[in-house]
Design a binder for this molecule. Sequence first.
Ligand SMILES: [Zn+2]
Ligand SMILES: [Zn+2]
Length: 138
Amino acid sequence: MTELPLRGGCLCGAVRFEVTAPLASAGYCHCTRCQRRSGTAASASARVQPGSFRILAGEELLGAFEPRGGFAKVFCSRCGGALWSQDPDDPEVIGIRLGVFDGDPGIRPSTRQYVAYAAAWEPLPDDGLPRFPEARPS
Ligand SMILES: [Zn+2]
Ligand SMILES: [Zn+2]
């Protein structure tokens, strides 16, 4: 069992956060925004349960890229580390990048979305996860 709260932070350590309830779901995103944002082929994120996310330190360092028609991409302005995405219409809807947790976040990605845009240089792994050409159905 993964112990709660889950904690994590950015690369330089200035931004710290905690999650006080088990993560709700997790998946890989292969969209071009995630490729550009992360510099990688896909990004793994997990949705939090509403009300379970809290910033512990470094709130003043948070930056956000807010694309039209998409979630805000929140990062640390000191180190550039990607942290989470946030629904501009409902700030309780947050998807934390799995790589920023201190330890095992206790959840595994269960879907792959936007695979129609998957990077040419990295084949999709044959992991049996459901694949969606566009956004995964909610
Ligand atoms: Zn940082
Ligand atoms: Zn994406």
